[in-house]
Design a protein around this ligand. Sequence first.
Ligand code: ATP
Ligand code: MG
Length: 384
Amino acid sequence: MTRIDEVWISDPATQKVCAALTDAGAQALFVGGCVRNALLGAPVSDIDIATDARPEQVMELSQAAALKAVPTGIDHGTITVVSGGIAHEITTFRRDVETDGRRAVVAFSDRVEEDAARRDFTMNAIYAQPDGSVLDPLNGLPDLQARHVRFIGTAANRIREDYLRSLRYFRFHAWYGDSKAGFDPDALAAIAENLEGLAGLSRERVGAEMLKLLGAPDPAPSVAAMRQAGVLAQVLPGAEDRALAPLIALEEQAGAEPEPIRRLAAIAPPEIAKTLRLSKAQLQRLTRMRDEASGTATVAELGFRYGEEGGLHETLLRCAFLEQPWSEDLRHALRAGAEADFPIKATDLIPDFTGPALGKKLAELEARWIKSGFALTREDLLGH
Ligand code: ATP
Ligand code: MG
């Protein structure tokens, strides 16, 4: 039998949460990303537990075990139980009663089979007992092993129940799919034939989903498939993914970590990207990346302004847009800029310059210094 044997599952804090349920005769089954990722040997971020206990009972049993329980999603049957500083999302088995393409009306269920059937992909419907033994009601394991992202049931029906699943399909394919096997033509056809509901999704949910997709090691094939299926034009009208694959190749050569905002900047200018309801900080970073990528600052100047890692974003993006190759010289220029110290202080110019004239003079000297490749000294600059 397949078994999960990872530190997080045997963590006493997590076992205590399970025991609070199982000691009362209820089920406690790990499910979703934690099981999928553990079976793949990928990092596990959050712990989801499914149970036949009703939410009020989950609250009571947790509190009786002296665990902090917060009804974070009580309407959907979710209680967050914190143990040992780890959040465990406990959700009562559910089945969908009514769906409108966005939100479902759910009923609680006593059967794990029903709970499994309302999930999205077979690889996301694998369960594990507290002892790590795997429960696989929909035969998700073979799909997971083949890295086949397969809709549970009929893809078109499942998409019409919740259009976010189309986006989740591309996200999970980017993260866990077999890139060589490519996309399942039936799934793509079902997605392409059901585009209209995408417009009804909340922009926040679309934005969150896009950023998760763009955080994958290589999201370019998924984004290209989204374009071909007509999804990209629906969720991000005007986006253009031509520079994305070159950007990913450049990132790899430069040894740059995946960065969703940089990837988003490659496919969408700020006016388009902002429709995803990015945070102010995210939108500012994206705007800066786009501006500098198409601006005239030298690579060394980017390093000076934003640091070696900061300036790398703009440099990679610029190379992707201009179809230029990566070179270690770019890294050296970024580093030289990052390490350079502008030799002039405001006090060097006072009292000859004050107020706005002082700022103007400082900027002018800095520009000359940058233009000299950071070579001009304090004396050179002041003596001029
Ligand atoms: P990760 O948290 O690593 O991104 P995950 O698989 O845990 O991946 P979540 O979005 O946290 O993804 O959802 C947890 C589980 O809930 C999924 O694995 C899936 O079984 C189910 N699920 C989430 N969203 C949907 C949806 N829109 N339709 C059907 N099932 C869903
Ligand atoms: Mg999760």
